[in-house]
Design a protein around this ligand. Sequence first.
Ligand SMILES: Nc1ncnc2c1ncn2[C@@H]1O[C@H](COP(=O)(O)OP(=O)(O)OP(=O)(O)O)[C@@H](O)[C@H]1O
Length: 230
Amino acid sequence: MISFINADLELDRQPILTDINLTIDRGELVYIVGKSGSGKSTLLKALYMDIKPRRGEVSIAGYSSSTTKRRHIAHLRRKLGIVFQDFRLLHDRSVYDNLAFVLKVTNTRQSLIRDSVMQALEEVGLAHAARQMPLNLSGGEQQRVAIARALVREPVAILADEPTGNLDPDTSLEILEYLKKINQKGIVVVIATHDYELVRHHPARTLQISGDTIRETTFSNSPAGYRPLP
Ligand SMILES: Nc1ncnc2c1ncn2[C@@H]1O[C@H](COP(=O)(O)OP(=O)(O)OP(=O)(O)O)[C@@H](O)[C@H]1O
């Protein structure tokens, strides 16, 4: 479903990650951890093909960085749901219209748009908020709208970049529960986070970025708290 093969990733010609090899299979939920600036966002950017590896190959959902043409990147992104720390909702449109917008750009039939939007909102327990404006909702609710928007095109994978970064601890755990529920339906979920409490409450495969590389890690209690093993 996802693979990095000998991939070197850079931003503006600055090497960030070197010789990355990893595979994420269908149905997995995976955390990417690492300290601020370690390259978590960079790894996700390579997955939604915002950046191309300098060397090696990144593949996702049948699209390879080596062969995907620029004009086909939009096709790939329609198969992915991307969620950011700052929600990125359109503030001048209702919750419903934020989701409908995603389907209108691909000329989806009106009746199908309605069903798909309401179903996605139901998945995150916000069908009742369809007519609300985003800024009238709490941070946690706005992030749930963003998750619903990510779901509305029935993605094969959700890529979440610090999805709980702006939320309190309890709301963060609630967001994780929604992401887990989505994963249980067979959608791959990749979560970049530095929130170790999330991992403690909802353990799953964890990849740690350290230096210019990434490796599997496990967590354990240490004097500093629940931390990945060095
Ligand atoms: N446009 C850029 N050009 C060069 N270097 C950059 C650019 N953007 C970010 N960086 C650097 O690349 C490194 C990786 O950044 P990245 O955003 O992937 O890290 P991160 O782990 O997601 O961090 P955070 O948790 O703070 O978002 C950082 O050292 C950052 O300063």
